[in-house]
Every structure is written in C-alpha cells, then in structure tokens.
Design a protein around this ligand. Structure first.
Ligand code: 1GP
Length: 258
C-alpha cells in the first residue's frame, strides 16, 4: 500500500508542485488546529506534516485524529523521535539523517522503533533527511547533535542526496531547520534537483510566497512551511498560491506539435 507516495510521485511526473504545512503539536492546540484547517482547505494545501524535533505536549495523537476526521488532506508523520509514531496518520516519513554522522539518527532509532512502526500499519516512506546550515543553530541541529551541511557546498549536498537515493531512499528532504534564519539557497536546491530522480522536499526558514515560488522554480517538488504560519495563518493562502502558480504555468504549456 503506497497511496501517499504514489500520489507524490504522480505529482512529480506531472511537474506539479505541492505545499505541505508543518504542524508542531507543541505550538498548536486543537482550537488553533481548527483555525489552521480552515485556511488549509480554502487554500488547497496538499499535505499536512505533523511532528517536531522536541515534543513537550502530549496531544499529538489527538491532533492527527482531528485532522483525519475533519479533512481529506493526507497527514504525514514527521517524527523527531520514535515516540512520535501514531497509527492514525496516512504515512510516516521514515527519516534517516544522512547529512549527519550520528549513528542513532542514521539507523539506531529505526531499530528501536521498528516493531512499533511495523505494528502501526502506516505507509512507510523512507526519506533521506539532510540538515543544511540556515545561518544560526536550530533546535534540530542541537537535538540531533550533528553539524549541518554548509549552505555553499553544493557538491557535498548532491553527493549526499545521490548516496541516499542509491541506498533506496524514496524522498530527499533538505531542511534548514524550523525557524532557520536563511532558507536553503536556490543554487543548492537546483544542484540537487537536477541530479536526483526521487521527489525533493525543501523546508526551513521559508516565510514568503516569493521565496516558496523561487525554491519551486529551482526544482523543489514539495515546499514545507511551519514556523511562519504559526505566527500568521493567513500566510497559508499566499504561500499555497505561490507554490501552485507553477502548476498553472505548466498546464498552459502545450506539448510540442500541438
Ligand atoms: C522544519 O522544514 C520545516 O523542519 C519547516 O521549517 O518551521 O522554518 O517553516 P519552518
């Protein structure tokens, strides 16, 4: 059963860009979730990611169930630790932090969580996760105890993504970390996007529709935004329109010979 992944691949084949909203349960009460959901439905958000590097609250499962009850948008777990696995989501981004050299986040936590993940029945999407330097330490860099990949080292970035792809990972997710000062440079996005075949997710520090548009233009397939939207949920529309503007442009391109 690969419903969510097949949909992501299908979008890539059709050159459609997707917008994923990241919901951090620590910053989102059930009441706030309803407000966000209204914006998501109105703005045709494609995916909802739920998770965080650190989780203090204990209502993640309720939040996932709430989203599943109230909308048809696929809900993907984006877990910072094995305790963030719940069977109620549609799929699990099974992250291996391939930019780092912390064995716990490359394979250790996966071994520990394997029985729970198997039992959950979740669609598991193996994801090569790359932390890129966003200009200042983030919770992710601190908690993961890894050095982010330098933002101007495109060769390291595409070799890491290649390695992930050749190891069989189904997605590459490059992240500058939540609330990053700088989003990942378009040049790096482009260097990686040109060289891999699996879908490319980009997140961290994206705060405007213009930035989201440019990163899509550089080759990202899915744009993830969390922090900026927690501060201003009305941004959901602006960013969703910017991401989907590419799809409108693509659908107006006629195949040669017609
Ligand atoms: C973080 O990629 C996500 O892991 C989203 O980042 O919260 O900065 O939008 P922001």
């Amino acid at each position: 059963m690969r419903k969510v992944y097949d949909k992501i691949v299908e979008s890539k084949i059709q050159k459609k860009k997707s917008f994923a909203l990241l919901v951090d349960p620590d910053k989102t009460s059930l009441a706030k979730a309803d407000q966000i959901l209204e914006h998501c439905i109105a703005a045709s958000v494609d995916l909802i990611f739920v998770g965080g590097s650190l989780m203090v609250s204990n209502h993640m499962e309720d939040l996932v169930q709430h989203f599943k009850k109230e909308c048809d948008i696929p809900v993907l777990l984006f877990p910072g630790s094995p305790s963030q696995v719940t069977p109620y989501a549609d799929a699990l981004l099974y992250l291996s932090l391939i930019s780092g050299r912390n064995p716990e986040l490359l394979i250790g936590q996966h071994v520990i969580s394997a029985p729970a993940v198997k039992k959950s029945g979740l669609e598991v999407i193996s994801t090569g996760y790359m932390l890129i330097d966003g200009g200042a330490p983030t919770t992710l860099s601190y908690i993961s105890n890894t050095i982010p990949l330098p933002a101007d080292k495109n060769e390291i970035a595409f070799c890491t993504a290649w390695a992930g792809e050749m190891l069989g990972m189904k997605l590459i997710y490059m992240d500058a970390g939540s609330g990053a000062r700088n989003a990942i440079p378009e040049a790096m996005v482009s260097a990686v996007a040109q060289r891999i075949e699996v879908p490319l997710i980009i997140g961290g520090g994206i705060r405007t529709g213009e930035k989201a548009y440019n990163i899509c233009q550089a080759g990202a397939d899915i744009i993830v935004v969390g922090n900026a939207i927690e501060k201003d949920p009305s941004l959901i529309r602006e960013i969703s329109e910017a991401v989907h503007a590419h799809n409108a442009e693509t659908s107006h391109v006629r195949p040669a010979g017609n």
